[in-house]
Design a protein around this ligand. Structure first.
Ligand code: CDP
Length: 254
């Protein structure tokens, strides 16, 4: 692990040159996996995340089935090689916690009542980690769910905010996350309804509201990129060219 930097903000810029309210670059690739019902590969700064969605499909073991709705299952996993020190394979306290809060971030969003007795499985594989992997996972999962055709109230968009050198900043990278004064991941549905909010560290009430406001602007930016990715994949596939549409044939057949 790197040593704690003396300052995180120098002349108004962060260690990676960003402004305080700037996100790291985000790159989205839709449907990279052939076998999954929906998938998304997302890069966010130095984070590299793969999301796969299977379902709705029959849930086994059967005693876990719910007669009135689908059960959303979410597994967040870090590859052994995703960080400097090898991660032990298998679930850890951290990955179980992240899986739980991420699943809950989708609970108010997915129309589970449409698919009784089934499971909707979301798998997140962190291939490379650099802070903010749970929020990156949620953004990728949201798109993979949409790619799988799962009906949802809206896309869930997530980002972290935090405090370094006494200032509130958007989208912490690793040094800021590890050595900063606070880290607050947030997920919300377009429009601002919060579905995940965690906090590590300390903020005053005023700082908390400032951080929440900044998180909302971050989530809005993420949402726009998610929307663009879906539009590129699905929006323009069958464009209707007005010159190709002839009404004469229709009239003849009537
Ligand atoms: O990734 P996220 O910010 O959602 O969760 P975190 O628990 O705050 O972890 C912050 C970062 O610490 C991760 O993204 C990794 O880069 C790093 N980390 C690590 O190096 N080794 C671990 N066992 C867990 C996290």
């Amino acid at each position: 692990m790197n040593d704690k930097p003396e300052h995180f903000i120098i002349d108004g810029k962060r260690l990676d040159g960003r402004n305080l309210d700037e996100l790291r670059p985000i790159k989205i690739e839709m449907s990279p996996l052939d076998r999954a019902d929906g998938s998304c590969y997302l890069e966010w700064g130095n984070n590299k995340i793969m999301a796969a969605v299977y379902g709705p499909r029959e849930l086994h073991p059967r005693h876990r089935q719910n007669m009135t709705r689908s059960v959303v299952q979410y597994r967040y996993n870090m590859a052994s090689f995703s960080v400097d020190e090898r991660i032990r394979p298998g679930p850890s306290r951290r990955s179980v916690e992240i899986s739980k809060v991420s699943r809950e971030a989708f609970e108010p969003v997915v129309f589970t009542k449409f698919f009784p007795r089934t499971a909707i499985d979301v798998f997140i594989e962190v291939l490379q980690a650099d802070a903010g992997t749970r929020t990156a996972g949620i953004n990728a999962a949201s798109l993979a769910l949409a790619d799988a055709g799962i009906p949802m109230r809206g896309l869930v968009s997530a980002c972290a905010v935090g405090k370094v050198d006494g200032r509130i900043v958007l989208d912490l990278m690793k040094e800021e996350d590890n050595y900063g004064e606070a880290d607050m991941p947030v997920a919300m549905i377009a429009g601002g309804r919060i579905t995940l909010l965690q906090m590590d560290g300390r903020l005053t009430t005023e700082e908390f509201y400032e951080a929440l406001k900044l998180a909302k602007t971050g989530c809005d930016k993420v949402y726009e990129l998610q929307r663009q990715a879906l539009l590129e994949k699905y929006g323009g596939e069958h464009p209707v060219d007005a010159e190709d549409v002839s009404l004469e044939g229709d009239t003849d057949e009537q």
